[in-house]
Design a protein around this ligand. Structure first.
Ligand code: GTP
Ligand code: MG
Length: 370
């Protein structure tokens, strides 16, 4: 919020601070010279001096660079859809992800399967799909709060024997709020008590009316355990993706989002990142959240070392000075110096806001004790 202290406002208006303090008193606001005052009060005071104050949205330049895209439409090419799997506990999200991965990775590459990175890509008829392990609801929410849209399509897994459950509804709300289309995978169809119609009825009440009932939500019956219905599900994903016309510009510096991160004893900070635009290369100077560095090495979802990663590709990188947070945006800079300066600035800001948060908590605690 574009707030000012009493002293700053007085200076801007060319008045004595004491005069401003008096005016504020008339408004019922007791303030000292160094106190920040609300926009509304600033506007009222300024009006008395015939000055109109408009709220200016402040743009932090670093932040701006992290968000803005200036791609010429001519530079855009089709990119793979990024799919997340959500659903209630035990409805089969992990089993489904594993089943898709297993069914699509040829035997020779089997060694790569044990490599666990939180995301992988499969290829169907020359078309790629990127799957992200379900981010915790918290990570998903934090990404959304920052306006980072990572997911293009949500697969909502609902066990056909169990039906709609609280987290099913939560997932629907998340996807709707983020404006992400939902494909329903009605799982555990192999179970004798499976009742897909009941699932459809329940979800229809939450706005997911099946196509076969005149709505526009795709339902695919699957059994993650028996690996049945997976091809149909993948086909539907590609169909929905085609309608979305997902595009990116591979010929620019990369930017994207941190999917997961950890501290590795030998390799230091390790982060799985999703490249959302541009191409990420080994040696690139990078800022991720409040961390920075140079991409030292990149490993793909099959555990193979690679030199570059284009749009919608998940890769594991090393070379950051500290461990970034899942959900943090990352961006590549041309110059290492700039990445370092911005990274350090952001780290400082983060520390300051953490300090502020801490002092606030203690103050609250004090009040509680009184
Ligand atoms: P959380 O990560 O705990 O939220 O669970 P999840 O949604 O990842 O479920 P998970 O894949 O761990 O599966 C839960 C249980 O359901 C496991 O025992 C699976 O073997 C079983 N399961 C998953 N898919 C199927 C299926 O298609 N049919 C049957 N019969 N069982 C399944
Ligand atoms: Mg799971």
């Amino acid at each position: 919020t574009g707030s000012l202290t009493v002293g700053e406002l007085a200076k801007k208006l060319g008045k004595e601070p004491s005069e401003i303090i008096k005016k504020l008193l008339f408004l019922g606001i007791m303030a000292t010279i160094n106190q920040e005052i609300e926009l509304e009060a600033i506007q009222l005071i300024a009006e008395e001096y015939g000055v109109k104050v408009e709220e200016k949205i402040e743009i932090d330049e670093d932040q701006f660079e992290l968000i803005e895209d200036h791609d010429d439409p001519a530079d855009l090419t089709v990119r793979p859809p990024v799919v997340t799997i959500m659903g209630h506990v035990d409805h089969g999200k992990t089993t489904l992800l594993d089943a898709i991965r297993k069914s699509k990775i040829v035997a020779g590459e089997a060694g790569g399967i044990t490599q666990h990175i939180g995301a992988y890509q499969v290829v169907i008829n020359d078309k790629k799909i990127t799957f992200l392990d379900t981010p915790g609801h918290a990570a998903f929410t934090s990404m959304r709060a920052r306006g980072a849209k990572v997911t293009d399509i949500t697969i909502l897994v609902v066990a056909a024997d169990d039906g709609m459950m609280p987290q099913t509804i939560e997932a629907i709300n998340h996807a709707k709020a983020a404006n992400v289309p939902i494909i329903v995978a009605v799982n555990k169809m192999d179970k004798p008590e499976a009742n897909p119609d009941r699932v459809k009825q329940q979800l229809a009440e939450h706005g997911l009316l099946p196509e076969e009932w005149g709505g526009d939500t795709i339902y695919v019956p699957v059994s993650a355990l028996k690996q049945e219905g997976l091809d149909e599900l993948l086909e539907m994903i590609l169909l929905v993706a085609e309608v979305q016309e997902l595009k990116a510009n591979p010929n620019r510096l990369a930017k994207g989002t941190i999917i997961e991160s950890q501290l590795d004893k030998g390799r230091g900070a390790v982060a799985t990142v999703l490249v959302q635009n541009g191409t990420l290369r080994v040696g690139d100077p990078i800022v991720a959240g409040a961390t920075y560095g140079k991409v030292r090495a990149m490993v793909n979802d099959r555990g193979k070392r690679i030199k570059e990663a284009g749009p919608s590709t998940p890769v594991e990188i090393t070379g950051l000075n500290e461990v970034p947070h899942a959900g943090d945006p990352f961006v590549v800079f041309e110059e290492e110096r700039k990445a370092r300066v911005i990274g350090e600035k952001r780290a400082l800001k983060l520390r300051q806001s953490e300090l502020n948060a801490t002092s606030k908590v203690t103050l609250d605690d004090l009040y509680k004790q009184i």
